[in-house]
Design a protein around this ligand. Structure first.
Ligand SMILES: [Mg+2]
Length: 413
């Protein structure tokens, strides 16, 4: 007896037991399920089932399904035959060419989603699924809608050059429309990240510690002038660092404690840390700033590794104007990321790096997922993904978490 494929499309008001009653009929006639998918938007369901069934039964199955749907009301059903050739061609297209595009903003407009989907279609990718990762919006309390995130699951072939071009187009789109995005290969590493390395100053905290120390010591202008010269490329990082640290000579370390306790923590950090710790992530701070503040954050969040610059303290409890050990600069941050990954037996593809400065670029480049955070345009352009519209917890959406899984305060439920 011959077999045939039928695509069943059901849409209408969602209710408990609907899929079960459809499946009961299909089971009675021993239908094979070749594909199955469902989307639920505002309590309205769209369900698709591709079945393979004995030709002799197909008429009866469709009749019984139609009868059931009529009995339930507020639901419609449609059937389309699918030829063996069409089915095989479709099945043959499955494979590894899958990508995830995540877009984030304070809110997302049709214009912004149009811009993103336009880039997707221009590069010949098909949208397989669209998912909202942020919670449901309130129209009565718009102040509660602090962020919006949508994830597109995409399919299609991109060569390395195509991928670069798409990345570039997304970058322009993000800049023009004011949204953040990440474009990632949908491989097993995406949901299996294990290590995250953060820059500290202007990433985990909204301050540059050396400026705070300089202010309290009355040498801010001198320190700023050296920073300026370093930015202009007149002196290298090591030289400028040594000069700036020398200016802090005599500062009482109780001042550092005072600054640490008042550090302005970046929006979304508490939520992000709570989730990462719960999920067993290894967390590192790799900072060109100072260990004193890194260790303060380490105690606060249970961070696993801190590598930063250690200021030498004299017996009188004051800074000597010197530092101890090797300076952590951009190259060293990247090396440390690789070293910690090795120690933790984590594949580099499973690492995440987040930072705002030019000295974070090497580690953003090494990590499986490198995220420029509220960074200057030059850093943003060199990174593969960035967050500029919302807080640090935006990282959670790039790794696929949904608000409904996290709870508002990042409490896993
Ligand atoms: Mg920084």
């Amino acid at each position: 007896m011959g077999k045939e494929q039928i695509l069943i499309r059901i849409s209408g008001e969602d209710r408990i037991g609907l899929t079960a009653s459809i499946m009961a009929i299909l089971a009675k006639y021993d239908a094979q399920i070749l594909d199955l998918g469902q989307a639920d938007i505002h309590s309205t369901l769209t369900l698709g089932i591709l079945i393979r069934i004995d030709e002799a039964h197909s008429g009866q199955v469709m009749k019984e399904l139609l009868f059931k749907i009529t009995e339930l009301g507020s639901i419609s059903i449609g059937f389309s035959p699918v030829s063996d050739e069409d089915y095989e061609a479709w099945a043959g297209r499955q494979g590894r060419n899958r990508y995830i595009l995540t877009i984030i903003g304070r809110s997302l407009s049709a214009e912004q989603i149009h811009a993103a989907t336009e880039v997707i279609s221009r590069h010949g990718l098909n949208i397989d699924a669209i998912k909202r990762l942020t919670g449901r919006m309130s129209i009565m309390h718009p102040e509660r809608n602090v962020r919006a995130c949508v994830e597109f699951s995409l399919r299609g072939f991109l060569s390395a050059d195509d991928k670069k071009a798409m990345q570039q187009d997304l970058m322009v789109m993000g800049e023009e429309t004011g949204i953040d995005f990440s474009f990632q290969k949908d491989d097993m590493y995406r949901r299996m990240r294990r290590l995250i390395c953060f820059d500290m100053d202007s990433t985990l905290i909204q301050a540059e510690c050396i400026d705070e120390l300089a202010r309290r010591h009355g040498v801010y202008d001198k320190v700023a002038a050296i920073t300026e010269r370093a930015m202009r490329g007149e002196i290298d990082f090591k030289e400028s660092f040594t000069e700036r640290v020398a200016l802090l000579k005599g500062l009482d370390i109780s001042v550092m404690q005072d600054i640490a306790e008042r550090l302005p923590i970046t929006e979304g950090t508490d939520r992000l840390m709570k989730v990462l710790k719960t999920c067993g992530y290894k967390i590192a701070i790799l900072s060109g700033g100072f260990t004193f503040f890194g260790e303060y954050l380490q105690r606060r969040y249970g961070i696993d590794y801190v590598y930063a610059n250690e200021l030498e303290v004299g017996e009188d409890g004051r800074l000597t104007g010197r530092y101890v050990g090797e300076i952590v600069d951009g190259r060293r941050k990247a090396d440390l990321l690789k070293l910690i990954a090795q120690t933790e037996k984590v594949n580099l593809a499973q690492t995440i790096a987040v930072g705002d400065g030019a000295n974070d670029l090497p580690m953003l480049g090494e990590a499986g997922l490198g995220i420029a955070f509220h960074a200057k345009p030059r850093v943003k352009q060199s990174a593969r993904q960035s967050i500029s519209t919302i807080g640090l917890d935006g990282v959670l959406y790039f790794i696929g978490f949904k608000d409904s899984q996290l709870g508002e305060e990042g409490k896993l439920c």
